[in-house]
Ligand binder design. Structure first.
Ligand SMILES: NC(=O)c1ccc[n+]([C@@H]2O[C@H](COP(=O)([O-])OP(=O)(O)OC[C@H]3O[C@@H](n4cnc5c(N)ncnc54)[C@H](OP(=O)(O)O)[C@@H]3O)[C@@H](O)[C@H]2O)c1
Length: 246
């Protein structure tokens, strides 16, 4: 077997695949010959992605998924296993951010960010790990954020959730390397997606030209997946070269 990883013929689970970064990763992996099990709540958007990729002879299975619900994660995993077999690549990209002062942020909004960003990534990783262990290899990629390392004002819930993702990922790096399974945290700076309509519009006046493209994060995913088997990238931070517009 080649010392270098090849994507063709592998199966991936990708959460948050209906839009933004997760969708760009789903497209990039499918174009690399991966059978993609694409999860999100917006099934119509996933079906549209599946149809587009089918026109290129690529496989994306649209699967309804709410990562904040353990039952939904279990149902997603069961369905994905049934139609595509065990995954060897798992990408947690589902997430949201809400920027508010602590006395304006509803407790439900704090909980939601922890439930989706942190607990959701943990639920999906937990569902995948027994299959990766049986394979004796595989790669879990958690899309975190620079906010997990460098916290900012009005981001109490989001920064805490992403710091949690970083810590969880790092714990998993150590736990799973003995099984031949790699775990990578990818921590983007600002990326041009709909995420900002909710989280950042007031901070950046709606101007997103200076931000990274979602495809650039997909390229970062392809990069870590393409490294030789002996290499483990635990943390990968990528930020826009241009400074943020104030
Ligand atoms: N954009 C940035 O500047 C930026 C920077 C650093 C890190 N990130 C991180 O990158 C990840 C993707 O963000 P994005 O920019 O691509 O945002 P986005 O365009 O708003 O997409 C968010 C994705 O997450 C999915 N999602 C949200 N809640 C979900 C749930 N409960 N269950 C399943 N899927 C859910 C959404 O699908 P449905 O609504 O259909 O469920 C959608 O596919 C997030 O973890 C975010 O924190 C983004």
């Amino acid at each position: 077997m080649s010392k270098h990883a090849t994507l063709n013929g592998k199966t991936a689970w990708i959460t948050g695949a209906s839009r933004g970064i997760g969708r760009a990763i789903a497209v990039a992996l499918a174009r690399g010959g991966v059978t993609v099990c694409a999860g999100a709540r917006s099934i119509a958007e996933l079906q549209q992605l599946s149809t587009v990729m089918k026109s290129e002879d690529k496989i994306v299975h649209p699967l309804e998924l709410d990562v904040a619900s353990r039952d939904s994660v279990d149902a997603f995993a069961e369905k994905a296993l049934e139609i595509a077999g065990p995954p060897s690549i798992v990408v947690n990209s589902a997430g949201l951010g809400i920027w508010k002062d602590i006395d304006q942020l509803e407790p439900e909004d704090f909980d939601r960010q922890i439930d989706v960003n942190l607990k959701g990534s943990w639920y999906v990783a937990r569902a995948a790990v027994p299959h990766l262990k049986r394979l004796g290899n595989g790669h879990i990629i958690n899309i975190s954020s620079i906010a997990g390392r460098v916290a900012f004002r009005r981001g109490t819930g989001y920064c805490a959730s992403k710091a949690g993702v970083n810590a969880m990922s790092e714990a998993l790096v150590h736990e799973l390397r003995d099984f031949g399974i790699r775990v990578t945290t990818i921590a983007p700076g600002s990326v041009q997606t709909g995420f900002h309509a909710q989280a950042l519009s007031s901070a950046h006046h709606g101007d997103m030209d200076w931000m990274l493209e979602p495809d650039t994060i997909a390229k970062a995913v392809l990069h870590v997946l393409s490294l030789p088997d002996e290499a483990l990238v635990n943390y990968y931070e990528v930020r826009p070269l241009k400074p943020a517009k104030k």
